[in-house]
Design a protein around this ligand. Sequence first.
Ligand SMILES: [Zn+2]
Length: 169
Amino acid sequence: MDPLMHMLIPSLMLIAMGFRKRIMLWSFFAILPDALYFTEFHRNLSHSLVALGFVSAAIYYLMKNKRLAAALVFFLISHPILDIGGYVAVLYPVTDNYFRLHSDIIIRNPQHVLDFDTWLEVIPPGQLTMVYDSYPLQTITVLFWLLFIAALALAERQKIIKGVKGLLH
Ligand SMILES: [Zn+2]
């Protein structure tokens, strides 16, 4: 997934959850895992939920501002989750297998409207010949967007209720 999407998706979700818009200034945390892109650590150590879990715990423990710390952790952790549509060693070093969540919404033929073809592919690192990118319309990303809309609706529920009441009168 491209860096812009990596920064935009969690930023909008945090804003929907009540963070100020300036939280976007910290969204570079969401692309830190890709800073190791050109090293052999890309998609294993840098994209490991285990490694990022330790980094997150350290950030949360060391920072005084727990609310900002939570946002930084959210930015960091969102990265491998959004990347899992490609091949990512999310459990490295517990296992160095690569995981890919196949979650394509496909239209097979005109009779079948939509087919949610979701399954988890696991391959050992030696057999990884090609790195696929995850893209903004995969199910995993669509789920992120839906979560964002749900959070936004929850935050704005008073306005929505007022609006609906206004319409009914
Ligand atoms: Zn990445």
